[in-house]
Write a protein that binds this ligand. Structure first.
Ligand code: FAD
Length: 391
């Protein structure tokens, strides 16, 4: 099964223009409103409308279906820029694009023609529904079932932690079509699941950070959908279809980490220049300079690792290890830089008036999502051992 879309490129002038437009939008329409939205944990509906106009919901969808068809390197830079202003809103289109990718890579021609134009315009938005209350890392342990009845499937079970679960209207839903199958992944299938009778939102989950984007519990109670909603119309491929976008998924989370790591550094630099102790700016104290030096190095290394993985992806190379390294390093860089920047802010870092507190709350998510960093390091190690097999 091919798990890769054709390699993509972009003219550098087009890329610059796109990134400049994004910068102007972020400064004018996003940055001034972030604190209010975040503190109220309110869905940024107006910003989502602007994201539609910018084409973000179709960023990685092929132009054949109305998307921008961007290469991973451009997509990564977009996610870095947005995350340096407000990381949470990248989740509104990133999870959605994972749903679109599953359909574009593995769907039938009819499924692509029906769904991808609606995903690309943002008319239909959603995400990826994999995690259950008792199964996250161990995805093959999910319990949700789909039973075939004539030309329909009947689905029962509960998903949790689903990004866009409340505001979104359609999800790539991972289920067991053969719960007794061994190995377990052979009994898994992936469906395109629009909201309709039998599909309800259990509750909105309250979170430490990553505010304003809704994380929901989704309940399926005798939810009936036509058999043609099974992606690729083939049972037993769901595990690979659901994880088939993981290289780009990890590049995306790494890019978020870069954005947060760089923003935390910038806030620290700005603050260190103006805050005075013992008659001089704290930027002139060596202890602060050591921190800034480490933070800047981490942020740059995170950026380079991420762009390196994205470039390999764009060349059509297998890059799961490179993407995993970027995801692991950049997410830890985000967490460490946010913590250090908060400390540089002293007591004000602990105040809700300064932006650093939001970065400090948002950063840990990147260490958990798209494969925890514990798993990430084990996966990297396995690849290293594979490459170093005794002949
Ligand atoms: C804000 C947010 C948004 C999310 N959005 C989505 C979404 O849109 N769609 C979706 O499907 N899911 C989503 N998730 C769920 C996320 O993918 C899971 O939380 C993640 O995969 C970890 O699973 P878990 O929480 O069940 O932890 P567990 O799998 O229970 O892991 C607990 C701990 O054990 C460690 N661990 C587990 N297995 C091993 C092992 N074999 N060896 C060593 N250590 C191990 C883990 O690294 C972790 O530290 C979201 C989560 C959050 C917090």
């Amino acid at each position: 099964m091919s798990a890769r879309l054709a390699p993509r490129t972009i003219d550098s002038e087009d890329e610059n223009q796109l990134l400049d437009t994004l910068d102007r939008w972020l400064e004018r329409d996003v940055r001034p409103f972030v604190k209010d939205y975040d503190h109220a944990d309110r869905y940024p509906a107006a910003i989502v409308e602007q994201m539609k106009e910018l084409g973000l919901f179709g960023a990685t969808i092929s132009p054949d279906y109305g998307g921008l068809g961007l290469p991973a390197t451009t997509y990564a830079q977009i996610v870095m820029k947005i995350s340096s202003v407000w990381m949470a809103i990248t989740g509104i289109f990133n999870s959605h694009l994972m749903l679109a990718m599953a359909v574009e890579k593995f769907g039938t021609p009819a499924q692509k023609a029906l769904w991808l134009p609606k995903f690309a315009s943002g008319e239909v938005r959603g995400g990826l529904a994999l995690t259950e209350p008792d199964a996250g890392t161990d995805l093959q342990g999910i319990r949700m079932t789909a039973r075939r009845e004539g030309d329909q499937y009947v689905i029962n079970g509960t998903k949790t932690w689903i990004s866009n679960g409340i505001e979104g209207s359609c999800f790539a839903l991972l289920v067991k079509t053969d719960p007794a199958a061994e190995p377990r992944y052979k009994g898994m299938s992936l469906f395109i699941a629009p909201k309709q009778e039998g599909f309800t939102v259990g509750r909105k989950l309250e979170k430490l950070g990553y505010k304003s984007i809704d994380s929901g519990e989704l309940v399926f109670d005798d939810y009936r959908i036509p058999a043609d909603h099974l992606i690729g119309e083939v049972e037993g491929e769901g595990f690979f279809q659901a994880t088939g976008g993981l290289e780009l998924g990890r590049i995306n989370v790494a890019s978020r980490g870069v954005g947060v790591a760089e923003a935390a550094l910038q806030l620290a630099v700005d603050y260190a220049r103006v805050r005075q102790t013992f008659g001089k700016p704290i930027a002139e104290h060596q202890a602060i300079q050591l921190k800034i030096g480490e933070m800047a190095t981490r942020a740059r290394a995170a950026r380079l690792l991420t762009l390196d993985a994205a470039a390999a992806y764009d060349r059509g190379q297998r890059c799961d290890m490179e993407a995993g390294m970027a995801k692991y390093f950049a997410s830890e860089a985000a967490l460490e830089n946010a913590t250090e920047s908060l400390r540089i802010h002293g007591g004000y870092g602990y105040s809700k008036e300064y932006d650093i507190e939001r970065l400090y709350r948002d950063a840990p998510l990147m260490c958990i999502g798209e494969g925890t960093n514990e798993m990430q390091r084990m996966i990297i190690a396995k690849q290293i051992f594979k490459k170093n097999r005794l002949s």
